[in-house]
Ligand binder design. Structure first.
Ligand code: RIB
Ligand code: CA
Length: 311
């Protein structure tokens, strides 16, 4: 096996962010250097508390967790309580976190972790891109130093907040524009592929049946996520969006991607937050790749194994 891929996970837990954190921490192909939190699904106070709660249940006492931006670059914050609940992690009995955050700001942690090891660290972002944009604006050399960035966000097809925009991009389109315009490789795992990662009742039952506190916790998260996705999005099985971004780093062969050029609409009355995607013939020097399909069963095999491995 090749050396594990070193990543920093920037996230807004959130149910699927929580599962992405479990995958990043438990999959042997990933070395989780740190976690940064951002406002998105809920306020940054809540997403940070939730990250610490997941780390507590998973026993991640050595992984730095650093709090980030409490609002988008320019716009007021829009949260997603209708999907993730008032706490941002509704469903399981509340967890009193014993894992604490490290001091400092997420954007500084991102800069330090990536520039300390040029070419080695991948940023995986599963929430609005505010922290990543702040880091790029503060230290433009971040783009050169990072191995790549893989995001969950956007869509070359329809959005989920508006017909044009997916939630993570719609919350902070200006930050997304900074990230996609920067001179680094960006892989966009958008709704087109993450909606294929629907969690069946059987897959959920397999995770719950792990039987550890983390397995039971993950099953309870999925049950709540199932209820809100059924009510709000009329989807029978909830899509686990964020683990797709982590899984792509762990095993790119789980996915089909296509070379593209993506620009972000920041001014449209009805299209703000749209990831306007032009597919290009591979090798035309595009810096962007877009997820097209995922091998769903293998994705859930990896997620289940990671949760079981954390004990
Ligand atoms: O649109 C889905 C994305 O928005 C996921 O990352 C989910 O956690 C929310 O942040
Ligand atoms: Ca998220």
């Amino acid at each position: 096996m090749t050396d594990p891929r070193r990543i920093v996970l920037d996230c807004d837990p959130g149910h699927d962010d929580a599962l992405a954190l479990m995958l990043a921490a438990g999959d042997p192909r990933i070395d989780l250097v740190g976690v940064t939190t951002v406002a998105g699904n809920q306020t940054v106070e809540k997403t940070t508390r939730n990250a610490c709660a997941v780390a507590t249940v998973a026993g991640l006492f050595a992984v730095p967790i650093v709090r980030g931006a409490d609002r988008p670059l320019l716009r007021p914050l829009r949260t997603a309580a209708e999907i993730h609940g008032e706490s941002g992690l509704d469903g399981p009995p509340p967890v009193v976190p014993t894992v604490r955050t490290r001091p400092g700001h997420a954007c500084d942690f991102l800069i330090e972790a990536v520039t300390a090891s040029p070419g080695e660290v991948t940023i995986v972002a599963t929430g609005p891109l505010t922290n990543v944009a702040l880091a790029l604006m503060k230290e433009p050399a971040l783009a050169e130093a990072a191995r790549e960035i893989v995001i969950m966000g956007g869509a070359y097809g329809r959005g989920n907040v508006t017909p044009a925009a997916e939630f993570n991009i719609s919350v902070d389109p200006e930050a997304a524009a900074v990230v996609f315009d920067a001179p680094w490789r960006v892989t966009m795992m958008g709704l087109d592929v993450t909606h294929q990662a629907a969690c069946s009742e059987e897959a959920q039952a397999r995770i719950s049946a792990i039987g550890t506190p983390l397995g039971v916790f993950a099953g309870q998260l999925l049950e709540f996520f199932r209820s809100t996705y059924r009510r709000e999005q009329a989807m029978g099985d909830p899509p686990v969006h964020d683990p797709c971004a982590v899984a792509y780093v762990a095993d790119p062969t789980l996915f089909e991607t296509r070379a593209a050029h993506v620009v972000i609409e920041t001014r449209g009355t009805y299209t703000s937050g749209m990831t306007v995607t032009a597919f290009v013939a591979s090798g035309e020097g595009s810096r962007h790749d877009v997820g097209i399909s995922v091998r769903r069963d293998a994705l859930f095999d990896a997620l289940t194994a990671a949760i079981a491995a954390l004990g």
